[in-house]
Design a protein around this ligand. Structure first.
Ligand SMILES: [Zn+2]
Ligand SMILES: [Zn+2]
Length: 275
């Protein structure tokens, strides 16, 4: 059997409307693969201000208690075979953020990861992964991720290379260096996204990982599973390892070390009075 990750904190559920498979199928697939710690981090719901607005890519606020409750039951049922944790993948969007943090507290969630898919909550706002040559957009992306990471609420940054900047390389280098150095300072690691590698998407972005390697920030593996097949992307995981090795990026492989990151963010998430 190939080398494969022993943890995954980036698992979705059907509630986000673009993932398939039952929670039970994800859990059993993870057990078969030898994963010791499985975290569910479905796309966080947004408290939209516009009446009747429903997202096509995330659950509604009203579904969150059922999501957590279903997983808590499965956590108990499978506790002899695997450790299960419950969180959300969230953008850092200041207008939504306090309510989302409050929701995590009320539901006693374990963690959040930051998935910077959008920079604001406006209807029709541009997806971060769309190609852009706009330097201001790259700067806004880096500023937003660093500002969110500074809250201490995020265990790590999912696909930090989602920004699809196709302008001047030296501009990309300078902002991404600022991002990696800033995150390293905050001790927030960056995810190498296995499903992106499997799908030959624009991320993992080789230049991003070259810069990450120069700054010494550690990487976390994330399957970003939206299907059972995504739970079993061994070949793509192998290519992720090669990319990290080539750039001297250290991958956190021990599930126990990930738990330290998770518990640190859980403490801040549950206790921080400043949000
Ligand atoms: Zn998704
Ligand atoms: Zn995701």
């Amino acid at each position: 059997m190939n080398d494969f990750t022993k943890y995954n904190f980036h698992t979705h559920t059907y509630r986000c409307k673009h993932a398939s498979g039952t929670e039970r199928e994800y859990i059993e697939s993870a057990i078969r693969s030898g994963i010791k710690i499985l975290g569910f981090a479905d796309h966080v719901p947004c408290p939209f201000k516009e009446k009747g607005r429903v997202s096509g890519i995330r659950m509604d606020m009203a579904q969150a208690p059922e999501y957590v409750c279903t997983l808590k039951k499965l956590k108990e049922e499978y506790k002899k075979d695997i450790d299960i944790y419950i969180g959300f993948e969230a953008e850092y969007i200041p207008e939504f953020y306090p309510e989302q943090v409050e929701m995590c507290r009320q539901l006693d969630c374990d963690y959040m990861i930051m998935g910077p898919h959008f920079l604001s909550g406006e209807p029709g706002v541009l997806y971060t992964g769309v190609e852009t040559r706009d330097t201001e957009r790259l700067k806004a992306y880096v500023d937003s991720v660093l500002e969110g990471a500074a809250t201490g609420h995020f265990m790590y940054i999912a696909h930090p290379d989602l920004i699809n900047f196709t302008g001047e390389e030296k501009v990309y280098r300078s902002h991404i260096r600022r991002l990696c150095e800033g995150l390293k300072e905050l001790d927030v690691p960056v995810e190498i996204n296995v499903v992106g590698m499997a799908g030959n998407r624009h991320y993992p972005t080789p230049l991003f990982w070259e810069i990450a390697g120069q700054t010494g920030i550690p990487a976390v593996a994330g399957l970003d599973a939206h299907s059972i097949r995504d739970m079993e992307n061994r070949e793509a995981y192998g290519r992720c390892l090669e990319l990290l090795d080539k750039n001297n990026v250290r991958l956190i492989t021990e599930p126990e070390q990930m738990l330290l990151y998770m518990n640190r963010t859980k403490n801040v998430l549950q206790l921080d009075e400043n949000v």
